[in-house]
Design a protein around this ligand. Structure first.
Ligand SMILES: Cc1cc2nc3c(=O)[nH]c(=O)nc-3n(C[C@H](O)[C@H](O)[C@H](O)COP(=O)(O)OP(=O)(O)OC[C@H]3O[C@@H](n4cnc5c(N)ncnc54)[C@H](O)[C@@H]3O)c2cc1C
Length: 385
């Protein structure tokens, strides 16, 4: 694969090995039984991959956006739920690492790099829905701690992670859109997980709602300065989240193409002896699937490399990635469903799972419509919000 450093190629090979031995064999069960993929996270931790976004100074891999998209793609091919949980862990890690204090470096980043700590992201709320950058959860100073109250929705790895990077209304400015991020430890009193996750797709994701009633968080767990965290949304959360999701959905698109190719090569009719790969209409459809995938992968690679290099025109590329990957994944899974015929349409086939998992891309914020709007605004020199 072009443009990957030897280090990143080695990390990808390591992930492929884990996928083959641990992730893929359990993927069907994860989906069928809504199992949070502890086995995948453990194997990734043992291989040092949970520290992908941790700086090398704290024992991590010190990787950026390109690595995140490549590793989530590798996982997403076999088990999109594992890719999503890993991706959210990496986004949370990147948010912690962006302005980590010495305490946060030692207490959180080192533990993450050693494979002893899983984190996740808790931004979305029922009150503001897709507008994830407008939290209503409150943060009130109380002695040497903060008290948090509110409800988060769809928290990936809910009830399984060791901490959650959580957004709240800024404690002091009170301006709309100004918010503070804190690290909320999983054993904090005042946290209640509500309901179980039983999604249409991404069924191992454990996306649960979290109620907070006067949950006390040490002031040392505030990320950055109180109230300046809109910076986190556009500088850290957005690029890392979009790359993690783009990689995940690209992985689904790749496995949809693979499934279609496998069926076209192997399906042979008894009456004519012809295999489906000799049918011109199917050759054309398969070529279009391959073209869509190659084009999307090229966009993602370009965006990630521009983002890692701090290129001044990276923003529209990064914004376009998740929408493009989501549309490609849904389209290719849908095409694979047609090309693989009745075998794919049977209840809970592998292709059916791809289609269900891919569909999450359009509802996960920033949603496809929102991203297209922001891409257009960015290209036209307008503020995103
Ligand atoms: C599998 C899964 C995992 C998730 N994991 C996490 C997580 O780890 N952390 C987290 O914080 N959140 C997570 N989410 C939440 C997700 O990111 C969204 O915030 C949430 O699904 C959208 O909220 P809602 O259902 O209230 O949608 P609504 O707000 O009801 O929106 C419905 C639709 O209206 C559209 N819409 C709304 N306003 C506009 C507008 N102005 N212009 C155009 N379209 C608009 C939206 O794009 C959306 O398509 C997850 C969601 C899913 C499905």
């Amino acid at each position: 694969m072009p443009n990957l450093t030897p280090k990143l190629n080695a990390l990808r090979s390591l992930t492929e090995d884990i996928v083959e031995r641990v992730v893929a064999p359990q993927a069907e069960r994860v989906d069928r039984e809504c199992i949070w993929p502890a086995h995948s996270m453990r194997a990734l931790a043992d291989a040092g991959l949970m520290g992908l976004q941790v700086p090398q100074a704290q024992g991590g891999q010190g990787q950026g956006l390109l690595a995140l998209s490549v590793i989530t793609e590798t996982l997403g091919k076999a088990c999109p739920s594992s890719a999503l949980c890993f991706g959210m862990h990496c986004v949370g890690t990147a948010v912690i690492a962006a302005k980590a204090t010495a305490h946060q470096q030692e207490h959180y980043l080192r533990a993450i790099a050693h494979g002893e700590h899983v984190t996740s992201l808790a931004l979305s709320e029922r009150g503001t829905g897709a507008h994830f950058y407008l939290p209503e959860t409150t943060l009130v100073a109380d002695g040497d701690a903060y008290r948090l109250s509110g409800t988060k929705q769809f928290v990936t790895s809910g009830g399984h992670a060791d901490s959650y990077v959580l957004s709240t209304v800024a404690s002091d400015t009170g301006e709309a859109g100004d918010f503070s991020c804190v690290i909320l430890d999983a054993d904090t009193p005042g946290m209640t997980w509500v309901g179980d996750w039983n999604g249409f797709g991404m069924r191992g994701n454990s996306s649960r709602a979290l109620q907070l009633e006067d949950a006390r968080v040490p002031m040392a767990n505030l990320l950055g300065e109180s109230g300046d965290q809109v910076w986190y949304v556009f500088e850290v959360v957005a690029p890392y989240f979009l790359m993690a999701m783009a990689g995940t959905y690209l992985g689904i698109a790749q496995s949809a193409l693979d499934a279609a190719g496998e069926h076209l090569r192997s399906r042979r009719y008894e009456h004519s002896g012809e295999t489906l790969r000799h049918v011109e209409t199917l050759q054309t459809r398969y070529a279009q699937m391959w073209t869509d995938l190659a084009r999307t992968r090229a966009l993602i690679r370009e965006a990630a490399q521009m983002g890692d290099a701090g290129h001044p025109e990276a923003l529209p590329y990064i914004l376009a990635c998740k929408a493009a990957a989501g549309e490609t994944a849904v389209h290719l899974a849908n095409e694979a469903m047609t090309l693989c015929g009745g075998a794919a349409y049977r209840e809970n086939s592998r292709v059916a799972q791809m289609l269900r998992d891919a569909r999450a891309s359009h509802v996960m914020s920033p949603t496809t419509d929102l991203l297209k709007l922001w891409t257009g605004r960015s290209l036209l020199g307008l503020p995103l919000l």
